[in-house]
Write a protein that binds this ligand. Sequence first.
Ligand code: UDP
Length: 356
Amino acid sequence: MKILTVIGARPQFIKAATVSREIAKHNELQEIIVHTGQHYDANMSDIFFQQMQIPTPNYTLGVSGLSHGAMTGQMLEKIEDILLKEKPDWVLVYGDTNSTLSGALAASKLHIPIAHVEAGLRSFNMKMPEEQNRILTDRLSSLLLCPTSTAIDNLHKEGYENLSAKIVNVGDVMQDAAIFYEDLASIPLSIKSTDLNKPFVLATVHRAENTDDAYRLISIVNALNEINKICPVIVPLHPRTQTKIEKLDVCLEAEVIDPVGYLQIIYLLKKCQIVLTDSGGLQKEAFFFSKPCVTMREETEWVELISGGYNLLTGSDKKRILSGFSQMRNKVISDNNKLYGGGNAARYIVSELINY
Ligand code: UDP
């Protein structure tokens, strides 16, 4: 059986690492990896392939730095050519990026079945490119591999029981990754001034809804600057956010470093006191490593973390972020093996692909 995997962005490299390792255990399976090029920098792409031992992509499309429509269109065209040549039995896509949607669209037009990892997640904010991508990809997929029971409920509410797609709760592949790589965590050498043996805050910001709105971005920067006066803040800064901040009249007064590899982000997650983020992945990783989290967004797809009291939504408002930080900072997080399947997702995913 031939599985063609389409990936292109940092979170997808992490998710695919665990599933590709599982696919490789099966002699009857052949995986073809297509890297669209959406993320291409050494520290946003290459480092993940090296550290996580992801097989070298069979195809690299080099599509990046374009508007959403142009990027999705170019990927669609190039993936279609590859599908015509490779004739896979499955196209496997992850998450909610333009690479996910273009892989699904290309496959669907050629009647190749699609398996979607992280199906059923919803933010209910249709302005987010991620929400558009995940809803359309779900609708085109034959195998909906959901990470949580909430994701299953979302699909039922949308009437998916009346459609032919198979829906399964396999758990979250990000937990598989966190468990597998935990012992390999290593110190980020780029950190110069923060004592990692004392309490510090780990912060990331990269979502379009925050970076593309100057008012929101300035408010977040000001909040992080205030928090940095109380407790040192480390920010592995996404290139998109870096570019946007440079154009504004603000300065991020924290320990700002380039994005780090997965083994280094795990090190920081294990050592930090609290996570402040707008990342989907980091919200869960905070939980996996028993750290409280403040999410600087208006909504999240990972609602079970909010209802469980592990995570607090503050949006981008400075006052709300500061109060969220005070409220969550000393919170003790336990029971982190529940909610996300406990690290068996890759095994279930491969079994579903084989036995469909
Ligand atoms: N990450 C990393 N290095 C960094 C920042 C993040 O390895 O400097 C990892 C982290 O594990 C996170 C993942 O990248 O879960 C996903 O990245 P991102 O926040 O870009 O995407 P999202 O999860 O919001 O889709």
